[in-house]
Design a binder for this molecule. Structure first.
Ligand code: ADP
Ligand code: MG
Length: 695
């Protein structure tokens, strides 16, 4: 069938050989992760615009919601009194004209040209005439392209510099018919049937060229299902292997140290803490090796739970280690533990990279003798020079701050120590099971009693001076505070206030008399630790910072947190930030400052209205999906291109059942009929190599 002179097409044919793709476009495609023809066919639209339901401009009234398609007849950037810059365009269709306005997005002036046809969806309001407030829009290009698009469902692709979604769409469109027959089904037939989703080639056609939004969603469901299914396969297999292979230490609960600790505590353990400790002890006293995640909101009391586990190991004559992401946090843990363990005659050892070589050697010597000690430290714990003679328990605090390799390295330090990972991102159980499916899970979903609420409020720009005065009065009274910005530096692309520039402004004006330091991610780690130490020791009054201050630092004298541009943070992230204050006996405050849109104000109300991290996370997930939950990528946690384990909860359940059934039949995926599945797993997930010996 090959035409003379034409290369035959395969899925692994490099995109450069495709018609319409030269070296420049191939480069741009590579930035999107598209190298082969197969990658191209799996580059699916991330959203759709329904140009088949367009409203004529004349028919739109204030208060209505609608989608319009119109030509840009004039445009420009307008400054406002408050320093915000607004991009405005006037669109025209056959029935009339309408102003559309994008506050804070002056950069659109560079990408939208006069004569372009825009499709815009949003609310109409009355503001010097009718005005459309865009929720979403796409640029359909010049009039000819625009006219072609009308009346269809438009696929919008993830694009990149030099390669618009329109170009991508035309490249995909040109090759789709040739490529689809090459995509062979790799999910087993019974899995597909149980899932109730279309085959892969059908699904790809539906997502690229849907005749309706509903059809696009049907196609999408198949691709989302397979992502969830693959992750379930890997997790379930990993958990199974961990169970079989590694016999753990069988600790005996002697109730010597642990009971003494419990009796000496100045407070009662919460029910959730008691439950978590019981689950951990059950793991540790069994011959299975513990791989458990302890999840709990900021301030839920995870440290003490880890301490009980450490003491169980020590009373059995084993060593215990607790690893924290920063020196400061390690120091903090050592301090509190030293206090709590003094009556037991145990003194924790602090091990960090900045210890003098002589001291490190002395510690290494003690560890090598097998003396049953508690070591608290940073990643210095997993460096080669540190070796434990008999590590029985290892805890990793703020585990998402570590890479997979570091987490594994600590577990590999002993024969087979029991491992406890700790995380302060409270997420619903079902989601935790998907993200951390190869771990067992304990949840601290209860707050220690007697905690004062943190007064939380949203204030408008017009109140800025008063807010700054309020912060200053806290400092006046001997308290400390944080001022948080979403970005380090200002940029042309946004109108965001940035930590560095605001630091200059604030220290030149409102806080000229105060001791203020700047803290952000581009400051080297040891300097950052130093600044935090000075803040802890009250040598500083205020920190102007980005989100780097999120990590579990405990400065009880800090009573006020001011967050600018609250609209730029996820609710869970705001909650983590707020957790830095209210740790002492004094009244604490969290103030969000900025003129936000009504939508954003609604969203923020959930945050200002509750301090329950689980509730906040649920709302965050419901409204914004998975992407923003952590504010950053977590290493070792699966990422999904298409699926969303929260919104696709039901699909996820089917994926879990299907994976379970498949592994029950063919645990190693060794049967011939599973060869296709093994191949695709191997291509997409590096981890499958170790789990299924694929490739
Ligand atoms: P996180 O879960 O954020 O790591 P911590 O372990 O740092 O929380 O605990 C926060 C504070 O609460 C600490 O000062 C700790 O001593 C205290 N705490 C822990 N458990 C309880 C409890 N059951 N009752 C009262 N205070 C507690
Ligand atoms: Mg903590």
């Amino acid at each position: 069938m090959t035409a003379p002179g034409k290369q035959r097409l395969f899925l692994d044919t490099p995109v450069t050989y495709l018609k319409g793709v030269g070296p420049v476009r191939a480069d741009a495609l590579r930035r999107l992760g598209i190298v082969t023809a197969g990658d191209l066919v799996f580059h699916v639209p991330h959203r759709y615009e329904d140009a088949s339901t367009v409203t004529p401009i004349r028919a739109l009234e204030p208060g209505m919601q609608g989608t319009i398609v119109g030509t840009v007849i004039s445009k420009g950037v307008i400054p406002t009194r408050k320093g915000l810059r607004i991009f405005q365009a006037v669109l025209r269709d056959e029935t009339g004209m309408m102003e559309v306005s994008w506050p804070g997005q002056p950069f659109l002036d560079r990408t939208i040209a006069k004569g372009d046809v825009l499709l815009v969806t949003g609310n109409v309001r009355f503001f010097h005439g009718r005005q459309l407030q865009p929720r979403e829009f796409i640029n359909l290009g010049d009039e000819e392209d625009g006219a072609m698009a009308q009346g269809r469902v438009l696929s919008v692709y993830p694009a990149t510099d030099g390669l618009s979604f329109k170009l991508i769409r035309s490249i995909v469109d040109a090759h789709l018919d040739a490529l689809l027959p090459l995509v062979k089904e790799y999910l087993p037939a019974d899995v597909l049937k149980k899932a109730g989703v279309p085959g892969v080639a059908d699904a790809l056609r539906m997502v690229h060229r849907p005749s309706s939004i509903a059809e696009a969603m049907t196609g999408r469901s198949r691709l989302a299902f397979e992502e969830l299914f693959f992750v379930q396969l890997l997790h379930q297999r990993a958990k199974e292997l961990a169970r079989d292979r590694r016999a753990g230490i069988r600790f005996v609960s002697k109730r010597t140290l642990t009971t003494t600790l419990r009796e000496g505590l100045p407070f009662q353990l919460t029910g959730a803490q008691v439950r978590a400790i019981r689950e951990i002890f059950a793991d540790m006293t069994s011959d299975r090796r513990m791989q458990r995640l302890l999840q709990g909101d900021v301030g839920s009391g995870k440290t003490i739970v880890a301490l009980f586990a450490a003491l169980l190991a020590i009373e059995n004559g084993y060593q215990a280690a607790i690893m924290a992401p920063t020196e400061l946090l390690a120091e903090q843990h050592t301090r509190t533990m030293t206090r709590m363990l003094a009556p037991l005659g145990i003194e924790p050892i602090l091990l960090t990279g900045s210890l003098p070589a002589r001291e490190r050697k002395a510690i290494a010597k003690r560890l090598a003798t097998g003396e049953p000690v508690l070591v608290v430290g940073t990643h210095a714990l997993v460096q080669d020079a540190t070796s434990f003679a008999n590590l029985g328990f290892a805890a990793i605090d703020e585990q998402h701050r570590f890479g997979v390799e570091q987490r594994k390295a600590l577990g590999a330090k002993g024969e087979s120590p029991d491992v406890l990972l700790m995380s302060a991102t409270p997420i619903p159980r079902s989601l935790a099971l998907t993200l951390y499916g190869d771990l067992d899970l304990s949840m601290l979903d209860e707050r220690p009693p007697g905690r004062k609420p943190i007064t939380t409020a949203l204030r408008r720009e017009s109140g800025r001076a008063r807010v700054l005065q309020f912060v200053d009065r806290q400092v006046e009274q001997g308290r400390q505070g944080y001022i948080v910005y979403p970005v380090i530096e200002e940029s042309e692309k946004t109108d965001l206030k940035a930590a560095t520039t605001m630091f200059e402004l604030l220290t030149a004006g409102p806080f000229a008399e105060r001791r203020v330091a700047l803290l952000h991610g581009r400051i080297p780690g040891d300097e950052r630790d130093d600044i935090m130490r000075r803040f802890r020791d009250r040598e500083l009054d205020l920190l102007v910072a980005t989100t780097v201050i999120e990590v579990g630092i405990d400065v009880p004298n800090a009573t006020v947190m001011l967050i600018e541009h609250p609209e730029r943070f996820g609710l869970s992230q705001l909650h983590q930030l707020r957790g830095r204050v209210g740790r002492g006996a004094d009244e604490a405050y969290c103030i969000l400052l900025g003129d936000v849109s009504p939508d954003v104000a609604d969203r923020l109300q959930i945050f200002t209205g509750t301090e329950d991290g689980f509730e906040i996370a649920r709302e965050d997930l419901r409204m914004r999906g998975m992407g923003d939950l952590f504010g950053e990528r977590q290493s070792g946690v699966p990422t999904f291109k298409i699926a969303d384990p929260i919104r696709d909860e039901e699909l996820n359940e089917r994926a879990r059942e299907a994976a379970e059934a498949l592994l029950a039949r063919d645990a190693g995926l060794e049967r011939a009929e599973h060869a296709g599945l093994r191949r695709v797993l191997g291509e997409r997930y590096a981890r499958s190599l170790e789990l299924f010996r694929v490739g």
